[in-house]
Ligand binder design. Structure first.
Ligand code: AVJ
Length: 324
């Protein structure tokens, strides 16, 4: 063990890196091939995503920020004074900042994210900008169970915040499981505020995921860069192409990486064959109607309480409550 750990070629595996390896190998050996979208967000991937949110074609972030700014006071009415606010997949907490400005004094703000470094850094900045607010970051995978810090547990009530349409990256059954898990974590009397992208004309959706500047293509291909770096992958980037399209039957935008030729690629010592044109399905971004998300939430124990949308009806912020 000691000799192995000291060998420069053999990296000791953390839980996180071995989960990445296991998920990537399982996905590349599956038919059709797929990779979980949560692995887009390494350092460069997170930066590329930030750039996506500023693209002219990518409307969701601007729409959601605008709804938060314009309706923040109204949304805040659903969160009582002394509540703890738990954000699922908080990233840069940019949207929480808008909400926090509208909210009454809270017991704590608990940003939960898989990227520990990012939320610890953001927590330090938030403490400077919101003196008096207890910022208690939790590093966790929001699809798994996690424990809230004590001040959030002892607060009289908890509110969840899940912006960014991240719920759209789950399969509908996973979204339902997430909503049930959130209900369990937040408990009786809780409120959940969810940002969800709405069903809209295919042209608008296709443009949003095929930007002219090619940033979304780089974001998608970065997954292969990450596999090459972290799992000794041999993907040649110029032999794969970004594909994104709206699948009307299933109300989702699909992203794929298509192999331009027949080829063999190695990952973590294992060999993976590609046919010419074969794709790796890297993301689904489900689009909901107010009613379809409402039905999903009801099935998970939540009561629809309020909805806010932009004037074009592109994006929604939906609030749900749990009985006391
Ligand atoms: C992380 C859900 C906001 O599905 O729109 C952006 C990620 N993928 N462009 C989405 C993404 C391609 C995104 N969300």
């Amino acid at each position: 063990m000691v000799a192995l750990a000291r060998s420069p070629r053999i990296q000791p595996k953390t839980d996180e890196s071995s989960a990445f390896e296991a998920d990537v190998l399982a996905g590349l050996h599956a038919t059709p091939k797929r990779l979980p979208p949560k692995y887009f967000y390494d350092g460069l991937g997170s930066q590329l995503f930030e750039r996506i949110t500023e693209l002219p074609e990518y409307y969701p972030t601007r729409c959601e920020m605008r709804i938060l700014r314009e309706q923040g006071a109204d949304i805040a009415k659903l969160v009582p004074k002394g509540a703890a606010l738990v954000e699922f997949g908080s990233g840069s907490s940019k949207k929480a900042r808008i909400l926090l400005r509208a909210l009454p004094p809270l017991a704590a703000y608990v940003p939960v994210d898989i990227c520990g470094e990012m939320i610890e850094q953001e927590a330090r900045e938030l403490r400077l900008d919101f003196p008096g607010l207890k910022v208690l970051p939790v590093t966790a995978d929001i699809t798994r169970e996690f424990v809230l810090p004590q001040p959030a547990l002892t607060a009289p009530v908890r509110a969840g915040f899940f912006p960014g349409s991240t719920i759209g990256n789950f399969e509908p059954h996973e979204a339902a499981a997430f909503l049930r898990n959130a209900a369990r974590i937040l408990g009786a009397g809780a409120t959940l505020i969810v940002g969800a992208d709405l069903i809209k004309p295919a042209e608008v959706l296709n443009a949003a995921y095929n930007d002219a500047a090619g940033v979304t293509a780089r974001f998608n291909l970065n997954l292969l860069v990450r596999i090459n770096r972290e799992l000794r992958g041999t993907f040649k980037l110029d032999t794969f192409e970004h594909h994104a399209f709206y699948n009307r039957e299933r109300n989702r935008v699909e992203m794929h990486l298509a192999s331009l030729k027949r080829q063999k690629v190695k990952v973590a010592g294992e060999s993976v064959d590609f046919r010419a044109g074969e794709t790796i399905h890297t993301e689904n971004s489900y689009k909901y109607s107010v009613d379809s998300l409402g039905a999903l939430a009801r099935g998970a124990g939540w009561q629809p309480a309020a909805v806010w949308t932009d004037e074009r009806g592109y994006f929604s912020i939906q609030a749900f409550t749990l009985a006391k």
